[in-house]
Design a protein around this ligand. Structure first.
Ligand SMILES: C[S@@+](CC[C@H](N)C(=O)[O-])C[C@H]1O[C@@H](n2cnc3c(N)ncnc32)[C@H](O)[C@@H]1O
Length: 264
């Protein structure tokens, strides 16, 4: 049962698409919290006009956790009704908002909210993060982010069960990528208005672009080699870069949140 009668938040545009969230699905699938939990309940909050993203998330998680369960939550009752026709064992749909109602009030290990907060105002972000993360299991993660229509340009913040942001990830399709700075158009709401001189996110994007240009000769070995060199150079310059080349080659870069957090 939901904890409140009225879902928290508001109905926004329902734009979604096939394979759009593959990059973040892939990141969630390898997350230690999902691998270790006793209760692999995952929420896809704000799934939009069709059941596509919860269904794809479920498919991808089953490959690593055959007992994974995905609940798609939407604040628009019509979208919930339509999506419910796609329900199957381990995949269900519910009406709700940032209060994150779940079956038997279970706590999710992951809540993914993608392309949801972009239609809210920046001052609303903190409360939404607080509300959603407070529903997580201990050790769980809220993944809140944004992507392009095709999912080729994606970024997200990972927030812990105490509501504290931990990491910021960029994930890009490297083939024909003009510059990693393209992600400026697809930053999470907490950062998109902060991409101005003097803010850390701006410094990161400027640095990434400069390194991408500097390593252009490596393009002859393929865009992955070029990106790996860029991320390694970023780390060597002192940025708190996470992970290893096995993830970087996918077009990912994860840094500590402290490297990009807004000044105020
Ligand atoms: C642009 S769609 C995103 C669909 C999908 N997540 C994707 O990225 O392709 C945003 C959806 O979030 C829903 N939404 C907005 N605020 C919400 C909230 N507080 N709780 C649940 N759903 C919400 C909207 O109704 C809309 O259907």
């Amino acid at each position: 049962m939901g904890r409140t009668t009225r879902p928290e938040g508001r109905i926004t545009r329902g734009t979604t698409g096939t394979n759009r969230l593959r990059r973040v699905d892939r990141w969630i699938a390898q997350h230690a919290a999902l691998r270790r939990t006793d209760d692999p309940l995952v929420v896809d909050l704000g799934f939009g006009a069709s059941a596509t993203t919860p269904r794809e998330l479920h498919d991808r998680l089953l490959a690593v956790r055959p007992d994974a369960e995905v609940v798609g939550i939407e604040i628009d009752p019509d979208r919930v009704r339509r999506a419910s026709e796609s329900a199957r064992p381990g995949l269900s749909f519910r009406l709700g908002g940032f209060e994150v109602p779940t079956p038997a009030d279970r706590r999710p290990v992951v809540i993914r909210a993608f392309n949801v907060l972009r239609q809210y105002d920046e001052p609303e972000v903190a409360a939404a993060w607080r509300g959603m993360s407070s529903r997580l299991q201990s050790g769980g993660v809220l993944v809140e982010g944004t992507c392009s229509e095709t999912g080729r340009v994606t970024s997200w913040v990972a927030i812990d069960a105490h509501g504290v942001p931990q990491t910021f990830t960029v994930s890009l399709r490297l083939t024909e990528l003009p510059s990693p700075a393209i992600v400026a158009e697809r930053l999470p709401k907490a950062l998109i208005h902060r991409n101005v001189p003097g803010e850390r996110i701006h410094e990161l994007l400027v640095t990434l672009e400069a390194l991408w240009m500097r390593h252009a000769p490596l393009a002859t070995y393929g865009p992955s080699q070029r990106w790996i060199a860029v991320v390694a150079a970023l780390r060597d310059a002192g940025w708190p870069v996470r992970d290893r080349a096995s993830r970087w080659r996918l077009g990912e870069l994860t840094v500590d949140w402290s490297a990009v957090s807004p000044d105020s």
